[in-house]
Design a protein around this ligand. Sequence first.
Ligand code: HEC
Ligand code: HEC
Ligand code: HEC
Length: 450
Amino acid sequence: MKAQQGISAVAALIGVIVIGAVAIVLWYAMSPGPMAFVTAPRVKLSEYAGAPTGVPADLPGRDDPLVRGRYLTQAADCEACHTTPGGKPFAGGRAFATPFGTLYSPNITSDPETGIGHWTDAQFIKAVHKGVRPDGARLYPAFPYASYTYLTDDDVLAIKQYLASLPAVRQNAPANDLAFPFDQRWLMALWSAFFNPDQRFRATPAHSPEWNRGAYLVEGLGHCGECHTPRNLLQALDNRQKFAGAVADGWRAYNITPDKSTGVGAWSDVDLASYLAAGHAKERGAAAGPMREAVEFGLRHLTPSDIGAMVTYLRSVPPLSSSNLPSRLAGPAPAAYDGGNAAHVDARGRMIFESACVSCHAWTGEGTATSYATLTGSRAVNDPSGRNVVQVILSGVPPLRGQPDVFMPSFGHAYTDAEIAAVANYVTARFGAEASTLSANQVARLRNGG
Ligand code: HEC
Ligand code: HEC
Ligand code: HEC
């Protein structure tokens, strides 16, 4: 009798575990797509009168296939990931730190041996839509093919044609350094079955042509969700929290939903357009780190009509609020050096700010030589984690090509971890709504890749 009870208890326990595991798998597998929030019917592009794909009507020289290809390559930001800092464009070798180890982007120049010079059109399309290489090997989703899968074949081939027109570079990427079982590429076939919709973009006739163009740019080419949407345990985007903010490459990619207090709902259209196209918006801070790269290699090359379309689309996603961000941004700090919220924090932070930062940022936080250096209103300084402030201090903000005067030097080598923690805590206390409480150890972790 006792033994029987024991067996049925074990059986019940196993049953509960199995049901729990199945429920978790289903929960992930049924994770909604990036456009699941759209309730109006969607149709194939062939059944849609507008033209949300390709290049915009007002792009100068749009009949030239290479102009087309360059524009799409920029909108998709291929260069940022396939180029090392200071390296040859598209020659690969950039490191991507993941929770499972490091992988490197391959060379996608037209070199036949170390690049993709011998790939056929069909092979290239298969890699971009499905994450499958010509030899059948699966690619890791650090290559955002689950977003690029929305691109039309024409657009993918225009990108291929443009890449083929550039100088071939002979260079092999370093070998990946991934722990078992993550070094097993075939596992990505399972991942793709669950998380790559492998579906081309569908239009929503109930929305404006501008909205549809914005959706194609944001979800497909621009792959904004790859940084701004949190991931689940299996590294797939959790679109239940679409655009609600996430950590990307050790930086915090903030909430870009239309939530008024912790997202970009209070930003004007002009603010949003200017941030995307120029990397700055008045009293909204600067685009640094990975967002800087998205602007440098991609967004700043887009036409105003395309930037406007992205803004229209971003406005339409469901607002979500971030509980870990203050609901109000701080106003300008007082002009006196010892006034304001920061009076009580670590005096070392104030001393470093005085010697290294005040010349450009002033005690008020209003940029001195350029309004671009204005800290007032920046999300980074109003983020009590202090993460992006530390990152900006460590790496600086490089100038955009063509704007050599506006940049911030890097202080990573000038100060110790403890000093950087002190000045970051001072900056968030003085200019933000809530002070960060970073330790030297936390700075050390960010210095070593997050
Ligand atoms: C967010 C970073 C990122 C972006 C953006 C990106 N890639 Fe990649 N790409 C990678 C990484 C990382 C790999 C390697 C994945 C692996 O090893 O499994 C890769 C792999 C590839 C491959 C496979 C090459 C080979 O030899 O196996 C091709 C082709 C490719 N990317 C083309 C593109 C194109 C075209 C674009 C723009 C439309 C692009 N990539 C944008 C990160 C990126
Ligand atoms: C490679 C990662 C990455 C990609 C891709 C990316 N972002 Fe960002 N984004 C970031 C990071 C990191 C920040 C924070 C930058 C900072 O603090 O200086 C940011 C900041 C922003 C902000 C400012 C938010 C605020 O409250 O200050 C907006 C708006 C934005 N991104 C929109 C977009 C859009 C639209 C796209 C797609 C076209 C996009 N981002 C693609 C990483 C990314
Ligand atoms: C030579 C002038 C200069 C110095 C010195 C300088 N900065 Fe900056 N800083 C800038 C500029 C310019 C920007 C905006 C960059 C851009 O958008 O091109 C900026 C941006 C920032 C941002 C990012 C704001 C955002 O919205 O993401 C922070 C935080 C910051 N600086 C903190 C500091 C700290 C702390 C120091 C001292 C350790 C410092 N800066 C020293 C010029 C400077």
